[in-house]
Design a protein around this ligand. Sequence first.
Ligand code: HEM
Length: 455
Amino acid sequence: MSVDLTARPAKQARLIRLHRLLPKLMRDPVNGLAEIGMATGGEIVRLDLGPFRPYLVTHPDHVQHVMKGNWSNYLRKGMFWRPLERLLGNSILGEGPGWDSSRKILQPLFTARYVAALSEDLADTINEGFEALRPHEKSGEPIDAGVEMARVVNKAVIKVLFGSRISDPDAERVAPAYTTAATSIAFRMLFPSAPYSIRVPGDRRFLASIKTIEEVMFPVIEQARRERSEGKDIVSALCQARDEQGAEISIQQMRDDLVSIYGAASETTGMALTWLWPMLGENPEVEAKLREEIDRVVGRDPVRPSHLPHLTYTKMVLQELLRLYPSGWMLPRLVGTAEELGGVRIKAGSQVLISPYATHRLESFWDRPLTFDPERFSPENQERRHRYAYFPFGGGPHLCLGQHLFYIEAPLMVAAILSRYRPVIVNPGPFKPLPAPSVRPSRKVEMALLPIERA
Ligand code: HEM
């Protein structure tokens, strides 16, 4: 289905009143928003959230317009982004000239070929990370899937960004500092106009977590600059990079970009892989097929990058996982200049909410949208899809830089676990999605790691 962006005369977007929204959003905000998208069939609506009234944009044609067609009119600024600025600085996750220069420097570093060059080290880190769970297999003591996925993802991301420059104890300080930063800004997200001169709940923890992150990052960056190292990691590459004027990148910019990439790379991947286990638990036929592929391709050996081209079903499972649980479930934008979109007037200075989570559930684009079915991503089924019916990695000039990394790291992780253990969820779902920067289950996903019976 396609929508003519210009045909009808512009009108005001339909307003969904607070009394209709509130019960849905109180009960389950993430699904509540998706239900509005489903009920309106992709029509642009305005949400009456009291003091502010964002537009909800779910139809793929409109998403394409905001993310790509007229992207420079839809800025990553405003109330949703402001609280993050103290952590991220002026970086690749921002907007304007700071973002532009970071993008030019960083994009060449995340090509498929460059990431492939790091993949042997990544595989070692991942195999080691999951081998460390053997005591749970022996004792039967369940693991917290979210904690263990995050632990291994953090080690992997640190390897890619910093090589061996960050010690294990420092790595173990940084990871929880990020979690604290992500969870302590809730108040400022709700009241973004509160001035920084006023202390609000969460501020102290937020600032302390930034301090911890910087205490680890600055010395590493400074040392890499002094040594002019030629390693494969991203810090080394940034030390060698030059901007358009041929100048070195400042230490502050390196800090801002590294802090931002670490954040963008770790929580997203860790949370997505946490959702995998409830999905497999609810879909035993998918789990059996996945396990069969990993048995056949990897067996009981440690997984290697050379296995990846043969893990085709694993990739389909991950693609379907990111359809139902796209970590970046909400991509807010600030409207620069008023314009017309999908027959409605979009006001300057207002907020537009794009939600892959909602668009990925539109019935007009997805058959049985709530069913977990990796076959949607078989080569035959992929081709006919609207480019913006599926956009877990965003699109246009802000397209995620981490896609290649994700499709190396995540299949290695899934294979590293399933070639060693048979995970079984011990606290069955349903698991409600919680609105956080990366959509997360509202309670722990606990799993026993049973031994694999040898054939
Ligand atoms: C499940 C995994 C991931 C998901 C679902 C995801 C999703 C996204 C999305 C939706 C955006 C667009 C944001 C926007 O338009 O406002 C984005 C941007 C970005 N992602 Fe990812 N991401 C993932 C993993 C990674 C990884 C592993 C990296 C590591 C390099 C990464 C680095 C970035 C960066 C640097 C940007 C900003 C790009 C720009 O604005 O120019 N992401 N990601």
